[in-house]
Design a protein around this ligand. Sequence first.
Ligand code: ZN
Ligand code: ZN
Ligand code: FE
Length: 715
Amino acid sequence: MVERIAVRVKGRVQGVGFRPFVYRLAHRHQLTGWVRNSTGAVEIEVEGEAGFLGRFLGQLRSEAPPLARIESLAESHLPTRGGTDFQIRESVVRAGSFQPVPPDTATCAECLAELFDPANRRHRHPFINCTSCGPRFTVITDLPYDRPHTTMASFPMCPACRREYDDPNNRRFHAQPIACWDCGPRLSLPVEEAVAGLKAGLIVAVKGLGGYQLACDASDEAVVARLRARKRRPAKPFAVMLTDPEEYCLVSRDERALLEGAARPIVLLSHSGRGLAPGIAPDLRELGVMLPYTPLHHLLVRDFGGPLVMTSGNLSEEPICRDDLEARDRLAGIADLVLAHDRPIAARYDDSVVRVVAGATRVLRRARGLAPEPVPFPPAPPLVATGAHLKAAFTVARDEHAFVGPHVGDLDEILTRKSFEDGLAAYRRLFRVEPERVACDLHPDFASTRIAEQLGEPVRVQHHHAHIASVIAEHDLRGRVVGAALDGVGLGPDGTAWGGEVLACEAGTYRRFDHLAPVPLPGGDLCAREGWRMAAAYGLNEPPSGVDERRFGLVRRLATSGQAPLTTSAGRLFDAVASLLGVCHHSSYEGEAAVRLEAVADPEERGLIECELSQNRELFSQLRVQRDSGEPVAALAAVFHNSLAGAVVRACSAACAEAGTTVVALSGGCFQNRRLLETCLAGLSAADLDAYANERVPANDGGISLGQAWLAACS
Ligand code: ZN
Ligand code: ZN
Ligand code: FE
């Protein structure tokens, strides 16, 4: 019996080879009809034998292309029409609809084979790509995703590329960034010359997917030191790009899969300390590693034949360079050589950073390859949330999708603010979001708050409530949730700087259940950089070695004067303990003291000091007594982590008992700390509580906007 059905497929089905897949599937089952893209869905009509139609529908899901993600598939019956063929029709644009677009995707195995095949017409072509791989979000200027709406618009296809592009049986059918030696973008410098420069110990600026990167020989301590000096980045670890991570690091199966996945993020791996310049990740046990993800990277890494430092092309604190003039200007004092090309970058995207902790992938920086992958979201009117001030990232949401934008950086710099506003405008345009609700942080002076105020009267969300809500949103937690937010600082409604909070949350509201005891913040924001100030605030009397005695005395007096602002920040407690133990008195990047304290902690040490969350002062004093009695630093750093985790578990258990729930959410920048997160999760699980932490968005302020958006949706 012959039947005709209409199918609407929603999800990530554009720019992933979905239409040619449907075309081939229809042919396999001798069906007639058509397929087309619209801005809301892929629309299909097929006609044929009922049995064949059934198999077609089954395989539409089971055999979908690797990058496709089907969210829904709706079918309805139509009268039969006859017909003789199956066609791919023109895209239709529906006003107001939107289409999830895939993030940028690493060069696939087939393209890679062609790249290094001397007989292939794209042999060593630095822009080779296909329907399953290549640039996406960093070249898109508008939707639907078609070549005129990309930065490839100015490269007319040659006849050979055009034939592949038009052939539904070709793996480059409708590959929008298709290119070859005849028609594609051009490098400003032969790859061979850039590689010769790298081998000669030069710093080379490379135009990547979402911005410029800086590359140099990762085994050469002198060039790494030069890069640090020129970039004004004294200690923050550099990522490396290489092909054989096992040679330098311990790699689990999950980590391998992440390294090789289509998103190709930087994966933090524990490294052996062999083979790489010590200046790459000074005093740390973990190393940021990524595999090559564009054809240009593959050429560079293979020709160079060793590990390369691959770091954002910017001065410390500034956003990554995107356009060529800007790069020439801003990178002139850093790079010895520039490897650019003439394909413009539509959007600024840094490399993403992830880490596997407690069996789950945790995103630390969400950018290239991950954004704008949507997060499922409750039904709500269109909305925009602008996040916090550091590690800024916005969220736009509509139609049960939240699109968390890419990591932009700290909004102190005018360049970063501009980048944030440009990115937000692009997301609103691409996903057709005219916000009916706006959310921002409670802090009136954040640049992100002012940007929100320009869009409407915002819902002002307490910082740590937003952190916890980001976990609630990610895991779709229902009912009452107890949240522990261990963080740097965020403004509390009482005007003090919060940051070590246990909140009982329900349906968009919260109650502050427990928190660290407030301590002075002598010097305000300076305390995050000068951890010794927090040691003074916690009662250390004598200056730690390397800290000026007179300045220490002044800060000590300020701390005891009653004039300094107060904080319950857990991040500042980490700073105080790191200084107490002589691990770090000055942080050259956000969280350095905590990162180094984690790195020195003895992994085998299980000892702890029993205390309540509000006994942070007592915890500090006890650690001090033990330090003075000669306990080793590695043991004390571990004891501190264990004790804080114990206090968090106890506070959460008490809050759960009172609130009548077993669900706990952990968030805030301190939970980027592997040991703290693992110990808390294990303790909560031992207490029969269901604990959740961030995975798809960062536990740091990069995840805040998702929580704000979720709370605005509830309001
Ligand atoms: Zn490919
Ligand atoms: Zn061509
Ligand atoms: Fe925060």
